[in-house]
Design a protein around this ligand. Sequence first.
Ligand code: IPM
Ligand code: MG
Length: 356
Amino acid sequence: MNYKIALIPGDGIGPEVVAETVKVLNKINEKYSHQFEYKKVLAGGCAIDETGSCLPQETIDICKASDAVLLGAVGGWKWDTLPGDQRPERALLGLRKELGLFANLRPAILFDELADACPLKPEIVQGGLDIVVVRELTGGIYFGEKGFKETDLGPAAYDVEQYAEEEVRRIALVAFDMAMKRNKKVTSVDKANVLESSRLWRRVVAEVSKDYPKVTLDNLYIDNATMQMVKNPKQFDVIVTSNIFGDILSDEASMITGSIGMLPSASLAKGNFGMYEPVHGSAPDIAGQNKSNPMAAVLSAAMMLRYTFGLSDEADAIEAAVKKVLAGGYRTPDIYTEGMKAIGTAEAGDLIANAI
Ligand code: IPM
Ligand code: MG
């Protein structure tokens, strides 16, 4: 089969992890006789430098004409002093909105091989961790009305948290469908003791849950959820939450798996279209030094094969190859522990490709 993939290498370590991912995808091509066709496009800081805009229209058009998008990372020191609406990060928000990517899946899996890298006590994570955060990605405070106004206390700024029932329903459906394929538990996280939008969220999630009698639904307030995540993370299977709470909880969940350098993500639209990216950022401090871990990007490509292309054997093959490399004792600096074999970005890509 022929698949069109828009590649957004972006900034910092983005280009190097995307290059390694393409190596791995090409190996899949060879082995399973697919045709992955890549189109490289600009977004983020590099796009600002070349075109003056962090998200050129051409990028949006090519992404829309593709079957899926694979993104490295955007942002860096160089552009940190630009005004908020011109920062490279705006490119991410623009892509999410333009491509209708309302469902963000962020799996946090503790690989047995990396159990030592987990900052929690061994007894808390014994038996491993397998959580997926389902984050609403195109609504809430990120996209609500925002602005400045005069108040009794002087000049003020505001950002509105707003959710339509339909926005909650469609993300809840993704979470419950996912739970049905996993351990049949959904934890919905909100702040319904304070926020009106959270009370609406909780009510709609409860309505959706009626169609999933086999799935257990738990509701937690965000403050309690962040605490439970380090106290007893094994209680979680699928977590569904709003844009901003999901931003925070997914970083926390990623940290307890040892390294953010390992974690992939998928951002899905209605239908099969999706954008896939590592959860880590652009890490400008280590860019171009063969120090970054390409595994999160490679595992994001595996999610692309599974969710957008429906190629689950191929996705399994990539995940197994990553595990094999870890089991062989190979470690990039972010996950290196004493006695292991130190490798760089390119070696990691080669090893994974060869293990397929
Ligand atoms: C993420 C990032 C982004 C977000 C930033 C870079 C805009 O933190 O993908 O989690 O807040 O969504
Ligand atoms: Mg974040």
